[in-house]
Design a binder for this molecule. Sequence first.
Ligand SMILES: [Fe+2]
Length: 307
Amino acid sequence: MTAFPETTLQAAAGSPFDLDDTAAYVAWRTHKLAAYPQAVDELRVAVAHGGELSGAELGKAHRALQRANFFIYHLPEPGGDKPLVRQLGRRFGLERLDNNLCADDDGISSLRVVERRREGEYIPYTNKRLNWHTDGYYNRPDEQIRAVILHCVQPAATGGESALLDHEIAYILLRDADPELVRALMAPDAMRIPPNVQDGRVIRPAQGGPVFSVDSGGHLHMRYSARARNIDWKGNSTTHAAAEFLLNLFQQDSPYIFRHQLKSGEGILGNNVLHCRTSFEDDPAGSQTRLLYRARYFDRVVDMRNQ
Ligand SMILES: [Fe+2]
């Protein structure tokens, strides 16, 4: 099991994520909540020319990213292909793709219902409900997923709605309830992800680590899955209370949670926020089978406008 680098766990002095600096936290929290969108429409960006965003469109996208860590783009044409997803990512400094187990040869995954065994064991490749998580929470410490693009080529016949929650809001809600809940989730051994074993072969070794960490740029990063079998929580009452708090958060209808059903030619680009998906039904006879492209990056979104 690879250890999480200690340097990424603790926030620097003056950081809002430093549990010992209440003033920095309160100032950041006040600004964050005042700017947080009231409705998902505030996070939509219509793009006039494919992957080429204009200055105004980029400005709108970055404003949304600052407020909620993601935005929803609408391209002028339905469909879309992988080069376009790649091009979009590059406009936001997203370059280094994660070639995970199920990614296609180009590093971008085609999410659709598949019968093949390996992919079929992962819920993203079925039509079942997908519980709350951040992408790649099981990845090695040095391969954390900082940003994700989810592009809809074709929606399902029915269902398949996404819900999203900025992980910074989850942090605020936990810290407001009790800072010790956050402290427990920042512990380097807060959770352990069991190994992925198939046919007696270890596909991915066990991985431990924190839920919350702070990257070298001072940004908050979150690793999480609400699926009980995916995580062994550290065996103390505060860690379990924190995990329980998050579960309860997702079971309520919260004004902080945004819901959106992606249409063809739409996508979500963000800093790997918390998200989930309802179940869906394809209609193969009517050629209405869901296809999404998913690009996972080791990079976090960068504002490229002044570079
Ligand atoms: Fe995901």
